[in-house]
Design a protein around this ligand. Structure first.
Ligand code: ADP
Length: 394
């Protein structure tokens, strides 16, 4: 087969992350990022094979940033044409109720993503910039938008609706859209493939800096922990996850905080960061190992929240066949996996401690053969998933 590749782009308000993916081989041929766009000094990192090129220069806007990236592809390689580029795949966080799968980018699709800015104010504006400059600089290949929310468009009303006044909910489109859907879909289907079953009741725990849980039955999502926005659900690096919304009223009325201050507090300076001062789990464990009781208590909050979701989803699905840990913490942190699974012994879960400690790279089972639920650690790969979804539209 002739080689074909997809350039996957994830644009934020001041950054562009990219990967050139070979979707058939399942590998990245090159990757990199442009960060601090618009600041006095920006940084570009381009990786190709063993080579890493790092440049510090001013990148005033996304257009200049992407032109620099394309220049690096032609000077440092791989040459995009020779690498067989067939599409550009764009990650888009918020697709609202309009997108239940990937979409070929047209002016109408761009207008819809723009309309959805109020529901994705932190992400969609950056994605739009990325799409705009990429379409103008790479006009000869199709562009595909892949939405984080798409996998969760199948959520039943029972999990997607909030118990909010109906008129308000409909007028302002307030429902649970979820996020990280590309990862949950990729990982849950990898589990089905690995276990050779397409009828599984699964819980997938995506534990990175952002964190979310999903309940998946026979390949369809039936619940997920992120809601209207990625704030709801599990404890995260910098986000509270679930919190009584009345805390907002309280901070507004009693502390005199503005809505923007509360937004920042809940989305950026809470979670593990707010509780311990560190958002990296490795640092939290270091503090625990040094005897820091507050760090241990924060870890207990993190684990308690995971247990509530696993238990809740097991009840919603009427059983559980597979429990999977993924993303930075889920894939690498054997201790947290062991602590969670120990607490689930009542469900017949038995972890194989040697398998749990084995930091093999691929998808792997970490429970014993007699465990009532198969427990796995599975690397997620959102870029590969985006590239493969993009191909389905060509
Ligand atoms: P993002 O959500 O930014 O994509 P990742 O999925 O890459 O993040 O996860 C990043 C997080 O993974 C880090 O903040 C850190 O807490 C955690 N992490 C990475 N490696 C380890 C490790 N060996 N042990 C525990 N946590 C880890």
């Amino acid at each position: 087969m002739t080689e074909r590749t997809v350039l996957v782009i994830n644009t934020g308000s001041s950054s562009i992350k990219y990967q050139l993916v070979d979707p058939d081989a399942g590998v990245a041929l090159a990757s990199g990022l442009v960060e601090r766009i618009g600041e006095s000094i920006s940084r570009i990192i381009h990786k190709h094979g063993e080579d890493t090129i790092e440049i510090e220069e001013r990148v005033p806007d996304h257009g200049v940033g992407l032109s620099e990236v394309l220049r690096l592809f032609s000077t440092e390689g791989p040459n995009l044409q020779e690498a067989g580029i067939v599409a550009v795949g764009h990650r888009v966080v918020q697709g609202g109720k309009h997108f239940s799968g990937p979409a070929l980018v047209t002016d109408e699709v761009v207008a819809k993503i723009e309309e959805l800015i109020p529901l994705g104010p932190l992400h969609n504006p950056g994605h739009l910039k990325g799409i705009e400059v990429a379409r103008s600089l790479m006009a000869d290949v199709p562009h595909v938008a892949v939405f984080d929310t798409a996998f969760f468009q199948s959520l039943p009303d029972a999990s997607a609706r909030y118990a909010l006044d109906n008129e308000v909910a409909e007028k302002y489109e307030i429902r649970r859209y979820g996020a990280h859907g590309t990862s949950h879909q990729f990982v849950s289907s990898a589990v089905s493939e690995l276990l050779g079953r397409d009828d599984l009741k699964q819980v997938v725990l995506h534990m990175g800096n952002g964190a979310s849980a999903s309940a998946v039955v026979a390949g369809h999502a039936v619940d997920t922990s992120m809601g209207l926005t990625p704030l709801e659900g599990l404890v995260m690096g910098g986000r509270t996850g679930d919190i009584d919304p009345a805390a907002v009223f309280h901070l507004y009325r009693v502390a005199g905080m503005s809505i923007d201050e509360i937004d920042h507090l809940f989305n950026r300076s809470s979670g593990m960061k707010g509780m311990t001062g560190e958002n990296d789990m490795r640092q939290v464990w270091r503090m625990i190992n040094e005897g820091d009781a507050n760090a241990r208590s924060a870890m207990d909050v993190y684990i308690h929240r995971l247990l509530k979701y696993i238990g809740g989803y097991t009840a919603v699905m009427g059983g559980l066949d597979a429990l999977t840990f993924t993303a930075g913490i889920g894939e690498n942190d054997a201790r947290i996996r062991a602590e969670v699974c120990e607490r689930l012994a009542f469900m017949g879960i038995e972890i194989d401690e040697a398998a749990n400690q084995d930091h093999g790279r691929g998808a792997r089972v970490i429970s014993t053969p007699s465990s009532k639920v198969t427990v796995l650690a599975v690397p997620t790969n959102e870029e590969l998933a985006i590239a493969r979804q993009a191909l389905t539209l060509l």
